[in-house]
Write a protein that binds this ligand. Structure first.
Ligand SMILES: Nc1nc2c(ncn2[C@@H]2O[C@@H]3COP(=O)(O)O[C@H]4[C@@H](O)[C@H](n5cnc6c(=O)[nH]c(N)nc65)O[C@@H]4COP(=O)(O)O[C@H]3[C@H]2O)c(=O)[nH]1
Length: 703
């Protein structure tokens, strides 16, 4: 798209407004001038013609009359000569005289000697005839007189005829001259009109060419560009260069519009943090790729990637570090792919990879391995070396889904399975996974309802002194009591709650209820019973947790040491540096801290000694085989030794028999928990048990 010519060489531009004003003015002037010239020429020609016509007509009328009178005189003269009756020839002579005196003949006097001659001729003829009558008796003389009269008449007649011919010729000459003048004037008017029309045609043509080049063509181009913009095409470099100010404004506005549209598109289709496509960009590409693959009968692979334990990085190191990690992972993922593939970020720590044109699942597996390796390389952020990993779910088109929505859902399900299988691995989608997910979603929604309906209960399992008689503490264990009264074990729903944000609400409920219970025991006089509460990974990383605990302790006026918070070894060791900070914040409140399921994770002793702990809880897996498996017995012994060397108490879980009890006592365990003593029980039963402590001791295993 052409940038508005602000940053390029400035283009000199005309003002169309001014140009059109000048053109209109010029056209009006030219028109006025043309009309003036034509009108002047036509007017003068007409005037000339009219004037010439009038003069000629007046003058020629007299001459015509004179010619007529002369012709008549000639005819009268001829008649006079032949007329014998004196009365009649006298009358004819008199008529001739009267005609000769007519003014039309007056003007001919000089030319033909007309009037005088005509009058004299009539007078002379009359006198000659009168003289002939006066001598009637002399016939010869009479004949001579008549001959003389005849000769005289013929001579005069010839003169009169000549005069009439000359006048007639002059009339014809005058008329043709006038006609010539009129036609010359008409030709001039015609020439001027044609000239004007030619100038108008040429000027109009030039104007049309000018308008087409500088107005119409750029306008059409701008309209094409706008149409392309509407279709979402890139119009970069398509804007015309214009030479008028007004169109320049339009072109610049379209340029700005296109730049804004591109910026909006970027914001709409790309992720601002990583520069990768976002959900909408991915959806568009996915639909396109599916259409293409369907037409060409090809396979696609869609991968759903989730950064393992990203939230704890975000919570403990802050959002800036979280963002930096996301950018690094985004770059690494992009680096593993071909140009035709796509990697998108859906938000949070979720990425999607689209592999176009693969030959089968093996291809997708190969790429997934590369992605796993790339994500697993250590990341250095703000001086800390972080170990990241991703879990990947893969599904294939067309086998695992025919449309984008289904493919995304199935890849997500496969990813969830990869996470459940221990993270940092990939899983291909299988139909059976769908059912597991449906089940999980159902439980999630039921858990939400359970919270609203207050269906959770706390059970309490005593922790005994080594003698197995004295209750020193208890562990709070959640149960879900459904409407029909059935109790659901936490193992069936806590992992699901941990996958969603539900664990925060459930954990908060447990903490609240546990503190209420502690307060209740206080009022009942059981002041030294400690209560242990399990913390989920999310809770431990929650920066609000210390504040909430502090508030609950203050609200119920509890001795903080009576509240024990347990975190599993694997959660504690996930990001040990982060755990240290979180545990220290809790320890600052005075609460007790314990590591649960000890021995199942991979503890780093250097970190373990930095955790501000009070107790280690030996996992019940080691206790169960303590008698039969010498390895387990050794581990138990070593764990007791380790705890004591770190100045921690050791709690043995899952004590189910007297032999286990005896063995653990021998090893030096500080506290014992298990069915051999008591099963988890409701609050009421636990209070009854506490009250029994004041009574004579009953043998263990009867709880
Ligand atoms: N076989 C055998 N089992 C014994 C014996 N003594 C105790 N147990 C069981 O061992 C589990 C001990 O709790 P845990 O290790 O913290 O393991 C707990 C804990 O990780 C989790 N959990 C329970 N309540 C909560 C809670 O309120 N919050 C969180 N985040 N997790 C909880 O659920 C797990 C299972 O809890 P429960 O089903 O109550 O199972 C309890 C308890 O009933 C024994 O002698 N033999």
């Amino acid at each position: 798209m052409s940038r508005p010519p602000t940053d390029a060489q400035p283009v000199r531009r005309l003002s169309l407004r001014r140009l059109s004003l000048w053109l209109a003015l010029g056209a009006a002037l030219a028109l006025l001038l043309g009309v003036g010239v034509v009108a002047t020429i036509a007017g003068s020609t007409l005037e000339l013609a009219e004037r010439g016509g009038q003069n000629t007509a007046t003058a020629r009328m007299e001459e015509l009359r004179a010619v007529g009178n002369l012709e008549r005189m000639i005819a009268l003269g001829d008649q006079f000569q032949t007329e014998t009756e004196p009365l009649r020839w006298r009358k004819l002579a008199l008529t001739m005289q009267a005609l000769a005196l007519h003014p039309s003949l007056g003007d001919l006097v000089d030319e033909v000697g007309g009037a005088t001659t005509a009058f004299d001729t009539a007078t002379e003829l009359l006198a000659m005839r009168e003289a002939e009558i006066a001598r009637p008796r002399v016939p010869d003389e009479l004949a001579r007189m008549a001959e003389r009269r005849e000769a005289f008449w013929l001579a005069r007649r010839a003169q009169l005829e000549e005069a009439a011919d000359r006048v007639a010729a002059s009339i014809v000459r005058e008329i043709s001259q006038a006609a010539n003048e009129i036609s010359r004037g008409t030709r001039v008017v015609l020439a001027v009109t044609l000239g004007g029309a030619l100038v108008a045609v040429l000027g109009g043509g030039a104007l049309v060419v000018l308008m087409r080049r500088h107005l119409l063509a750029p306008l059409l181009k701008v309209s094409d560009v706008l149409a392309d913009l509407r279709r979402g095409k890139d119009v970069e470099g398509n804007l015309p260069t214009v030479h008028s100010e007004e169109l320049g404004e339009v072109v610049e506005a379209v340029g700005r519009l296109s730049a804004t549209q591109r910026a909006l598109e970027r914001a709409a289709l790309y992720d601002a943090l990583t520069g990768l496509s976002n959900r909408y960009g991915l959806e568009a590409r996915l639909e396109q790729a599916i259409g293409q693959a369907r037409r060409q009968s090809r396979q696609l692979a869609l991968m759903f990637l989730d950064l393992d334990r990203f939230k704890s990085v975000n919570d403990s190191l802050g959002h800036a570090s979280g963002d930096a990690l996301l950018r690094i992972i985004a770059d690494r993922l992009s680096g593993c792919l071909r140009e035709a593939d796509l990697v998108a970020r859906l938000g949070g720590d979720e990425f999607v990879v689209l592999l176009g044109d693969i030959n089968g699942s093996a291809d997708a597996g190969l790429v997934a391995r590369k992605l796993l390796e790339a994500a697993a390389r250590p990341v250095r952020i703000e001086g800390l070396e972080l170990r990241s990993s991703v879990s990947i779910g893969i599904c294939l088109f067309p086998d695992d889904g025919q449309d984008g929505g289904t493919l995304m859902k199935h890849a997500d399900i496969a990813m969830y399975q990869a996470k459940a299988a221990g993270r940092a691995q990939f899983r291909f989608f299988e139909a059976a996974m769908n059912e597991a997910v449906v089940q999980r979603l159902r439980i999630e929604s039921e858990l939400r309802q359970a919270l609203e309906r207050n269906e959770f209960r706390l059970y309490f399992q005593p922790q005994m002194a080594p003698d197995g008689l004295r209750i020193v503490a208890a562990e709070a264990l959640i149960r879900w009591q459904r409407e029909d009264g059935t109790l659901i074990s936490p193992a069936a729903f806590i992992p699901i709650a941990e996958e969603s944000e539900l664990i925060s609400a459930i954990g908060a409920w447990v903490l609240r209820s546990a503190c209420e219970q502690l307060a209740d025991w206080q009022t009942r006089g059981f002041r030294n019973i400690r209560l242990a509460v399990n913390l989920s990974a999310r809770q431990l990383r929650d920066p609000q947790l210390p504040g909430e605990v502090e508030h609950l302790l203050a609200q119920h006026r509890l001795d903080p040491a009576l509240l024990e918070l347990e975190v599993t070894e694997s959660v504690a060791m996930e990001q040990p540096e982060v755990t240290i900070g979180n545990l220290q914040a809790l320890k600052a409140l005075g609460v007790s801290l314990a590591i649960d399921d000890f021995g199942t994770g991979y503890s780093s002793l250097s970190y373990l000694k930095l955790f501000p702990l009070d107790r280690l809880k030996l996992d019940r897996g080691f206790v169960s085989d303590i008698e039969s498996d010498p390895n387990d017995a050794m581990i138990c012994a070593a764990t007791v030794g380790l705890a004591h060397s770190l100045r921690l108490e050791l709690v043995a879980e899952g004590v189910e028999s007297g032999a286990q009890h005896a063995f653990l006592c021998e090893l030096g365990c500080d506290l014992l928990q298990g069915y051999h003593f008591h099963r988890p029980m409701p609050a009421g039963a636990f209070v009854v048990l506490l009250e029994h402590q004041h009574a004579p001791a009953s043998p263990p295993g009867q709880g």
